[in-house]
Design a protein. Structure first.
Length: 318
């Protein structure tokens, strides 16, 4: 009889403790969410996310860390928003997505009174149109690669449309690396917000920096005003700078080797136009285009010989 009584008492104590634990959980964390759908916003009034969205539209981002379970994901949004030069962030909530101007849909779900960003990646949206429009709308390499092919992404990064040849591919790679080294050279002696650099480094390692130093520095200044992270000089920058300089040197070497075997397409086009004018007897125009070809490719032997021939004819008065 005593054994049964002891068992009943122990069982009752365990039930009581389990009940207290469950109540404590719901008080602290709220009702657990089901699936990845955004749960209905409480009818008692606007919740944290709605209130935050109203502030973002005015360019106020204080308190974002109290809205999200994983605020570091929202810091990626802030990073991209600021590097594209935007000071405000227009967003709406629809069907479990945070829809912000210029961004792909950001998947969110409720976690009690807070929200969790569950999108696998955060990137900007490409816009159709000219190179200039695409260049303006894309502020990070991941977006460039996602919305176009590698060669097209390089064109946007460098800001030049080139013929798709091995020579031009190497040329674009070289120009992108030149831009990378300029930015890293100017950043290496600066004190940086460590969180900003963490995001910046991740996207840089994926490919190229693309943006000029001034745009990055303005974004850093804005980001640093809202994201509280340690600030100081970062040794990793010099490591990346050394790596980028090595890649640049190799790209220059490959380009030079390729040019020895293959003419630059633009130089070849100018050379052919010069030959056309030469065949038509327009020696002045032929001289102009042979010079253009040599300016692009100084070692273009056929263009040099043709120019010498045309200049000789002009001097002889023929």
């Amino acid at each position: 009889m005593r054994k049964w009584l002891v068992a009943v008492i122990l069982f009752s104590v365990l039930l009581l403790l389990a009940g207290i634990g469950a109540v404590s959980y719901f008080v602290i964390y709220g009702v657990p969410s089901v699936g990845t759908e955004l749960l209905p916003i409480p009818s008692a009034g606007p919740d944290r996310l709605e209130r935050a969205i109203e502030k973002w539209r005015k360019g106020e981002f204080d308190g974002y860390d109290r809205v999200f379970v994983n605020p570091e994901r929202f810091e990626e949004v802030l990073f991209l928003n600021f590097v594209r030069g935007r000071l405000t962030l227009g967003c709406e909530v629809e069907d479990g997505n945070l829809l912000c101007n210029g961004f792909s849909p950001i998947r969110v779900k409720r976690r009690g009174k807070k929200y969790e960003i569950v999108s696998s990646s955060i990137y900007l949206v490409d816009s159709a149109g000219s190179l200039g429009k695409r260049r303006k709308s894309l502020a990070d390499w991941i977006s460039k690669l996602k919305n176009t092919d590698y060669y097209g992404a390089l064109e946007i990064c460098v800001g030049q449309i080139r013929d798709r040849s091995p020579t031009d591919s190497l040329y674009l790679e070289m120009k992108a690396l030149e831009k990378d080294t300029v930015v890293l050279s100017r950043l290496k002696d600066r004190e940086l917000n460590f969180r900003f650099y963490e995001i910046f480094e991740h996207r840089m390692v994926e490919g190229h920096i693309c943006l000029p130093f001034e745009e990055i520095w303005n974004a850093h200044r804005r980001f640093n005003g809202y994201v509280d992270a340690r600030k100081g000089k970062i040794n990793h920058i010099n490591t990346h700078l050394v790596r980028k300089r090595g890649e640049l040197k190799e790209a220059v070497r490959k380009l030079e080797e390729t040019l020895e075997r293959l003419h630059d397409p633009l130089a070849l086009a100018f050379y052919k136009r010069g030959l056309q004018y030469y065949s038509e007897g327009d020696l002045e125009s032929a001289r102009i285009f042979f010079r253009k070809a040599l300016k692009i490719e100084p070692e273009f032997e056929q263009a040099r010989k043709s120019l010498e021939r045309v200049e000789a004819l002009i001097e002889s008065g023929r």
